[in-house]
Design a protein. Sequence first.
Length: 151
Amino acid sequence: MTHTCRSVLLTVLLPICTGWTTVHAQNGSGVLGYWQEPGGSVLNIAPCGDAVCATLAKISKAAPVSTDRNNPDSSLRDKPLCGLTIGTGFRLDGPDKAEDGKLYDPKTGKTYQGTMRSEGDVLHLRGYIGMKAFGRSEDWARTTAPEACKQ
């Protein structure tokens, strides 16, 4: 390959590759990033201290309530869902897997043990009590950062 051909290839391919890397980094990789759950709300999964947490970044317009009305602690029932941390204590086990966390379900007010595993733009979430076999799974789709929700 001649020097001119290499220069042309670098001139064309480098911006494409760099752009992809920038977009990929903004959208997250592995389990980290923004994810839309089936109901339309968006969650941000990001490092928090030594762990990984999931925070509600956008509440679906179809959500029946905007506060944590099912919280078992009655003093927290007026707390806005926007910005609520619903996943805590997850330990990264590689970029595509997080384990040993807790998942809070604001629809029921219950907290479950949880795991997360990403496959490309799909996040497989598993919430369970005791054993993984006794739980529920849900798939979320990777999305971009939403406009900040109002609290």
